[in-house]
Design a binder for this molecule. Structure first.
Ligand SMILES: [Zn+2]
Ligand SMILES: [Zn+2]
Length: 302
């Protein structure tokens, strides 16, 4: 009899080990971050105050957003280029990176490494305060550059269809198929790429008509679809992404075809339920989860 009990116990242990391994495997396959996640109260306050996309989420989706912010800090480095940066700057950069891909279960900008924060709008040599300093954001290879004031402006005006962080991250999404050509093939899928081209042609014609009566102002932050969108195919996609994430209601009404294509692309990957890892309290002396390099007690705890 005891032999059978022993056999049963061994069998049960075997089953539970197999079960654990299969969970582990499926977790790894789906690429879910399995560790704990942290969200200091400070992050939550900043997100609630400054990021309207986050503010409008349900409580459970807010937790998911926070988790993705922490994952963002793990995946990429955020560095002050010619200025010091604080946790608000970090959170805004992360929010800009999380928002476009929020519906995707697991996403990594595969070519991005560092986001540099520049003290002001800059010129082609990343200088500020001299002539032609009109660049708010730029992407070169594995690096992204964002002007600090333009980053803050982007989130302070959540409905104006200008968000330099979303714009630059859209370029990285576009780049996932190795070309910043305004046609993110992987994201849109074959059929939508064709439709996107037709949509673009139609909008470009409308713009041409409108342009007969005024000057082209590529650096203006204003306009239903601001002029900058027409400086290149990649720019058209990036500007439309800003529009879609900042003011989807307006886009749906005014540009239903474009809205539908982007909506399909950005929400279709949502099929799987996201399971949130456990939240854990941080010890005062551990390194801060915002990756500033400081200890938690000297950084986001205060
Ligand atoms: Zn651009
Ligand atoms: Zn911190």
């Amino acid at each position: 009899m005891s032999f059978f009990i022993a056999l049963l116990v061994v069998f049960l242990i075997f089953l539970s080990v197999m079960y654990f391994l299969s969970i582990k495997e499926s977790i790894e396959k789906e690429g879910i971050y399995t560790g704990f996640y942290h969200c200091p109260e400070k992050w939550r306050n900043i997100l609630n105050q400054k990021v309207s996309f986050y503010k409008n989420l349900t409580e459970i989706k807010k937790r998911e957003f926070e988790f993705k912010v922490q994952k963002f800090f793990k995946d990429y480095r955020i560095i002050g280029y010619d200025t010091s940066i604080d946790i608000t700057d970090r959170i805004l950069v992360a929010a800009g990176g999380v928002i476009p891909v929020f519906a995707f279960k697991n996403w990594k900008y595969s070519t991005l490494e560092v986001i540099y924060i520049v003290s002001d709008d800059f010129n082609d040599d990343f200088k500020t305060g001299t002539e032609n300093c009109e660049i708010a954001g730029k992407v070169t290879g594995r690096y992204m550059y964002l002007s600090k004031p333009s980053l803050h402006f982007s989130f302070e005006n959540p409905k104006d269809r200008f968000n330099i962080a979303i714009h630059e991250f859209a370029h990285f999404i576009d780049f996932e198929d190795d070309e910043v050509d305004g046609f993110p093939n992987k994201l849109l899928g074959k059929n939508n790429v064709v439709e996107w081209y037709q949509f673009l042609k139609k909008i470009a014609l409308e713009k041409k008509r409108e342009m007969q009566n005024r000057n082209f102002i590529p650096n203006s932050k204003k306009g239903e679809i601001r002029d900058y969108a027409f400086t290149g195919l990649g720019e058209f996609f990036a500007v439309m992404c800003e529009y879609y994430f900042e003011n989807p209601e307006s886009m749906k009404e005014k540009y239903p075809e474009g809205y539908r294509i982007l909506h399909n692309a950005f929400s279709s990957k949502m099929k799987l339920e996201f399971t949130l890892p456990n939240m854990m309290n941080l010890k005062k002396n551990t390194k801060c989860p915002c990756k500033s390099g400081k200890r938690y007690k000297n950084c986001c705890l205060t």
